[in-house]
Design a protein around this ligand. Structure first.
Ligand SMILES: [Zn+2]
Length: 405
């Protein structure tokens, strides 16, 4: 299995430049195209599941992170505050929860609005030591698929089960194969907020929500504010890490004094459920690059169709078909330089799922010959049919290269 750093370089997905800084990779056009497709998919999945998306800045006043507890409990993992003036200090956020608590607090809330699911693919920062950084798997600037679901206490069990269902759906579409589920609970020698009874109740809630899922209990792996369910993956080097997570938090609603009006008119405290379906874009892609060895499912392949005219006389037809493919919503390119054999080999090296060859015969009868990434070749077919075929596979988000017969 080839390491994602080497594939990332060979396929021009991302670059790490010492001048920009360790753990601060730059996504190149091919990597950005794949990531964009994945981000759109996740946003759509969340939208259909009742999430509301917001934008919030990756930087905030020091007081916000004192209120959230991050500066008290988590300061070692954060960049030092930046002083703008004597009474104004700013912090690069290590998590999105404080801003999302302020979304909940933006106005009075009723029990009818719950669960209120606030989602954002947002930036956050961790002051990782330079020795542990590498490629996309450990970075200092993190783009997290995040959400905070504010629930009435009695809704938490169903909400966690629904989140686990969404996690499984997203994994199936992306080709993520989890190594296992982990119930991360309190452990000795760690600091935690809240009382024992609250922790025991929260841990029981998660145990119940797991409901038949085989999970390993991991003492000491809980967040400082609550227990969590983590979905683990293993990378090419055999290192285990968390890709998806569901965390219960009774502490931040308290700190931000969050409340809603219940059906009897009384004020109640919501529970905050932190969840990420697919983790950060960086760690997700480090994993996807390795697990697919760069051959992404067609729906998020950087270039889906590469068109190869056999000679100069076919170049115009290839460019025309490329524009038609783009108009149909596909990512397409034309490669005109060099021998046909060399261009076919280069397409294979780039793991492009579909190569369309246009020779004199194809141009004369308005057809194209498709070759699939796995070596199969299809008989020449009308150009519109070829675009429909690729479009159908992309729309299905299947990993197969042909639609079901
Ligand atoms: Zn959070």
């Amino acid at each position: 299995m080839i390491d994602h750093r080497r594939l990332g370089r060979d396929l021009e997905l991302f670059v790490s430049d010492p001048l920009a800084g360790a753990g601060l990779p730059i996504w190149l056009p091919a990597g950005a195209a794949a990531r964009h497709a994945v981000e759109e998919y996740v946003r759509e999945l969340e939208r259909r599941a009742g999430y509301r998306h917001v934008y919030s800045p990756p930087l905030g006043r020091r007081e916000l992170f004192e209120r959230s507890g991050h500066l008290g409990w988590f300061a070692d993992d954060m960049f030092p505050p930046m002083r703008l003036s004597a009474d104004d200090e700013f912090v690069l956020r290590p998590a999105l929860c404080p801003h999302h608590a302020l979304v909940f607090a933006a106005r009075g809330r009723s029990y009818r609005e719950l669960p209120l699911r606030v989602a954002e693919l947002g930036g956050m920062y961790r002051a990782e030591r330079s020795g542990v950084l590498g490629g996309l798997s450990r970075v200092r600037a993190i783009s997290l698929n995040d959400a905070h679901n504010f629930c009435a206490p009695e809704q938490v069990g169903d909400e966690v089960r629904e989140i686990l269902r969404l996690i499984r759906e997203a994994h199936a579409a992306l080709g993520v194969r989890p190594a296992g589920f982990r119930l991360s609970v309190r452990g000795p020698g760690q600091r935690y907020v809240g009382d024992d009874a609250g922790w025991a109740r929260a841990e029981d809630l998660l145990r119940t929500a797991l409901d038949g899922v085989d999970a390993v209990e991991a003492p000491g792996e809980a967040a400082f504010y609550g227990p969590k369910i983590d979905v683990q993956i293993v990378d090419a080097a055999g290192r285990e890490s968390t890709i998806s997570t569901v965390q219960l938090d009774f502490d931040k609603p308290e700190r931000f004094d969050l409340s809603y009006t219940d059906s009897d008119g009384s004020r109640k405290r919501p529970v905050m459920v932190h969840r990420s379906l697919v983790g950060s874009m960086e760690r997700l892609f480090a994993y996807l690059i390795e697990v697919h060895q760069g051959a992404f499912p067609p729906w998020y392949a950087p270039v889906q169709v590469l068109l190869l005219p056999t000679g100069d006389a076919q170049a115009d037809a290839a460019r025309r078909l490329c524009r038609e493919a783009e108009a149909a919503g596909l990512r397409a390119e034309v490669d005109e330089s060099g021998s046909l054999g060399a261009r076919v080999r280069d397409a294979a090296r780039r793991r492009i799922p579909y190569v369309g060859v246009l020779g004199a015969r194809e141009v004369a009868d308005g057809s194209v010959s498709l070759r699939l990434r796995d070596g199969r070749g299809l008989d020449p077919m009308p150009r519109a049919d070829a675009l429909r075929l690729v479009g159908a596979v992309v729309a299905s988000r299947s990993a197969d290269l042909l639609p079901p017969a």
